[in-house]
Design a binder for this molecule. Structure first.
Ligand code: NAI
Length: 292
């Protein structure tokens, strides 16, 4: 089992930037790449702000914080990943796009490197099939936001080796996370259970069972969830939720997983949640909320 000293993170959105921050704070050398340079700059700025905030709150000592920022580098292309020990992919939830990336990474990174995916639902076995190192491909599913949430769901593909599994598990533990292991079926454990609940909350809103506030309050106070399902969907991103429902529907072959038409319509309208300032709720300063 190799000790992981450096990581390449692909995708600088909400998950990739959080994973890069977590890795840098835990002493790894980090290369962060995003195909959109504006997203990459935004990610670097947000990580730097987060680390400064942790220092000013006394949650991270200044020396460690400064060291984390020095460890974080921006990769203008995937070729910068040639020496990393592991790549953690956190790009858009699309099997085709992820497979193209995995095929490219397979040719770019060193032979011993592990290719991990933060996918929420897509088959690790199929992502691995885009490479000739399927024993070194694994699912490493962080929760949102990665620096705060305690869980990492590890998913073994059909060919994932014990060595790859053990190295990935050690890395997640070094990040202070609790591990759960899932077989490689659509949605794994967490999203197999969470996303149908979120989808059902959209159906409740769509069919006029209740207002969005009452649906969210019902689940917060009635079942002790920290966030209601519609608020949580906005936090995750409605595009991500829709992609996961499509994977569950196609992969598990049951109509109960069909995405709610209202969720589809919101995504079509560009209402992607907090990251766009509007989803189920409207986060702009001028409007308090949008009615569906
Ligand atoms: P996001 O939309 O915030 O960020 C995705 C980033 O990937 C964007 O900055 C985009 O420019 C970049 N990107 C897209 N295609 C690329 C490519 N080919 N090469 C390089 N960069 C590329 O998405 P988010 O929410 O960070 O999700 C990323 C992954 O993490 C998805 O697979 C998602 O299912 C998973 N995930 C999401 C969670 C959430 O709560 N949003 C929780 C756990 C996993």
């Amino acid at each position: 089992m190799v000790e992981i000293k450096s990581v390449g993170v692909v995708g600088g959105g909400q998950m990739g930037s959080g994973i890069a921050q977590l890795a840098a704070v835990n002493g790894l050398d980090v290369w962060l790449h995003d195909s959109d340079s504006a997203a990459l700059n935004k990610a670097l700025k947000s990580i730097s702000n987060n680390i400064q905030r942790l220092i000013s709150k006394g949650k991270l000592n200044k020396e460690k914080g400064d060291d984390s920022l020095r460890r974080l580098r921006c990769a203008s292309s995937l070729e910068d990943f040639h020496s990393v020990d592991i790549v953690i992919e956190a790009i858009v939830e699309s099997e085709d796009v992820k497979k193209k990336l995995f095929a490219h990474l397979d040719k770019t990174v060193k032979g011993s490197a592990i290719l991990a995916s933060n996918t929420s639902s897509i088959s690790i076995t199929r992502l691995a099939s885009a490479t000739i190192r399927s024993s070194q491909v694994i699912g490493m599913h962080f929760m949102n936001p990665p620096p705060i949430m305690k869980l990492v769901e590890i998913v073994r593909g059909a060919d994932t080796s014990d060595d790859t599994f053990n190295t990935t598990k050690c890395l997640a533990e070094r990040f202070g996370k609790t591990i759960i292991c899932s077989q490689d079926f659509s949605g794994f454990i967490v999203n197999r259970i969470l996303m149908p609940m979120i989808n059902e909350a959209f159906h409740a809103l769509y069919t006029g069972v209740a207002t969005m506030e009452d649906i969210d309050t019902g689940m917060k106070l009635g079942t002790n969830h920290p966030m209601g399902p519609l608020e949580l969907a906005d936090f995750i991103g409605l595009d991500v939720c829709l992609s996961i429902m499509k994977v569950l529907h196609a992969g598990l072959g049951d109509s109960k997983y069909a995405p709610c038409p209202l969720l589809v319509q919101y995504v079509d309208a560009g209402r992607l949640g907090r990251k766009r300032g509007i989803g189920v709720y409207n986060y702009s300063k001028t409007a308090k909320e949008m009615k569906p």
